[in-house]
Write a protein that binds this ligand. Sequence first.
Ligand SMILES: O=P(O)(O)OC[C@@]1(O)O[C@H](CO)[C@@H](O)[C@@H]1O
Ligand SMILES: [Mg+2]
Ligand SMILES: [Mg+2]
Length: 335
Amino acid sequence: MSLEELHSIFSVFALPIFDLSSNILRRTSRMADWTECMNYGIHIAREAREVILHAFRIKKAVMLKSSPADLVTETDQRVERMLISAIKAKYPHHKFIGEESVAAGEKLILTDSPTWIIDPIDGTANFVHRFPFVAISIAFAVNKQTEFGIVYSCIEDKLYSAQRGRGAFCNDIPLATSGQEDITKCLLVTEIGAERDQLALATMTSNIHRLLEIPVHGIRAVGTAAVDMCLISTGGADAYYHIGMHCWDIAASALIVSEAGGVVIDTNGSEFDMMARRVIAASSMSVARRIAQAIQAFPCERDDDPRAHPQKAQIEHSTDSGNDVHKKAGGHRRL
Ligand SMILES: O=P(O)(O)OC[C@@]1(O)O[C@H](CO)[C@@H](O)[C@@H]1O
Ligand SMILES: [Mg+2]
Ligand SMILES: [Mg+2]
């Protein structure tokens, strides 16, 4: 009998027994070795990459979610369905938080149960425009603690992975952050994100202004938080900060950064909370704290706030991103 089945049986009895089974799950998950799960996650990420590589080259139907810059394609939805069904087939009791499932109305609830947190395509706008930074992000949490993270930068063919307590790797090569402690010697990465309201835009641009005048060496935006943060784990950039992303964008890469010797905190300087939609990932605590001191956040509903993620109307949309734009009455406009 699996642990989850044991937990679900105990949980129908009185609370003390429920506590007992939760404690069993908690203690056992500490002892559990999730390597087999992670290897399976890597296997299905490789399969999903093939779908993305094929679709990257062909015309796409593009839809909108929360703003004119928050794009989704049929490939995002297909890859998420593919990943979740492959995991359900092997681990039927596991839970899921998927970007496109939430966009389609599923509730975002992280429990103590083994949970896969999935962004099928991080960098959809890049994918639509054929800007070559497109990642699959898969995190796995038990008792609300990330046990492993996988970020596959598909066009670069760089598979980043980390298991809690066992280091971070890119294509099986060990990773280490730059360790940089002097903010004036840092190259930063951030994201402009999908928000287009005045407060978010003003906050984002004033943060960039304040950091540049420290000064820092530079600020980059790759278009995918998952890859941005993996760049910290390689030492190729020294710190990432962002407000507005979602748990599925960064749950995997947050573990990869910390397993590469980096630090991950909230933009207010407190402990990182993957549901808070605010993060600083850095080569050292001194750099992380200096960034927290310089930047301001705009208000964001927590990912796990029941009022968040109202089912987003998927409006027809097309972009003339160097592709032909065909309008089809009543259907998707194909690019
Ligand atoms: O929608 P997508 O492609 O999965 O997310 C793309 C993305 O750049 O948008 C967010 C900015 O708010 C980033 O955190 C995230 O990586
Ligand atoms: Mg994303
Ligand atoms: Mg996505």
